[in-house]
Ligand binder design. Sequence first.
Ligand code: ZN
Ligand code: ZN
Length: 288
Amino acid sequence: MVENDIGPRIGAHKSIAKSIDLAVDRGVQSTCECLQIFTRPPRRWDVPQLSPEATQNFVQKSRAANYYDTAIHMPYLPNLASPDDTLFEKSVKVLHEEVEKMVLLQVPYVITHLGSPKNQDERFAAKRVADALNRVREYIKDPSMILLENSTAKRKKWGNKIEHFEKILGHVQEEQYVGICLDTAHAYSSGYDISTSEGLNEVIDLIEAQIGKDKLRLIHINDSKGKLGSGIDHHEHIGKGYIGLDCFRELMQNPRFKRLPMILETPKDDNICDKENLELLRRLRSGE
Ligand SMILES: [Zn+2]
Ligand SMILES: [Zn+2]
């Protein structure tokens, strides 16, 4: 983790359409300082391998763009908490593949949601996810990590609370390879009121106290279309949702967040683009 003098690095999730290295070009065009990608279509199981040429171009372009903390987001179909053995094994296989791509693409993070244990309890879910993490551990190279992302989980009631992460880590054999990705929209719609600077800092204090001081590695910086505790997972442009600007100003200005990459997952529509959200965040970062 390298500190940025002016504050946290800010970037966005970018498409890999046509070739994975084009995600870097798209990031540069949108003025991203850091990047997140899928390495494959997120709603498919069977996907083509990355070509050596595209992989090499991705690494070279990332170096030129100074993207040294890129995150790979896991596709959506795997469920690392699934009680169904077949689905669980398939999910571990995808996690393994993404960890291997993390090595090939020379990026430090794979981000995964915790999935759903369906009719099983939290204890089962924590052990199941930890089992998946332990099984891919040998393929992770220092200092890379798997980051567990908090979700909005109204019905499933799993993966949306800080204590769920604590429980998983209790079953992980080598904790140093596992960190946390906090999604602001998911936290808010799960009932964590981060709309004020005090509220945000309380939640971060809680993460540090329950999980560890250096565990939070990346923030998904999204406003929320869903109200506090609504369980609605709809991301909104920065400052346009229920979380509001105070939270994002605090993220941009408080030195405790300086070392963290922050990634926009705001809607991709014609209305407001990543570049505009980043411009707003830069204004907040510079003291507005
Ligand atoms: Zn996610
Ligand atoms: Zn997210």
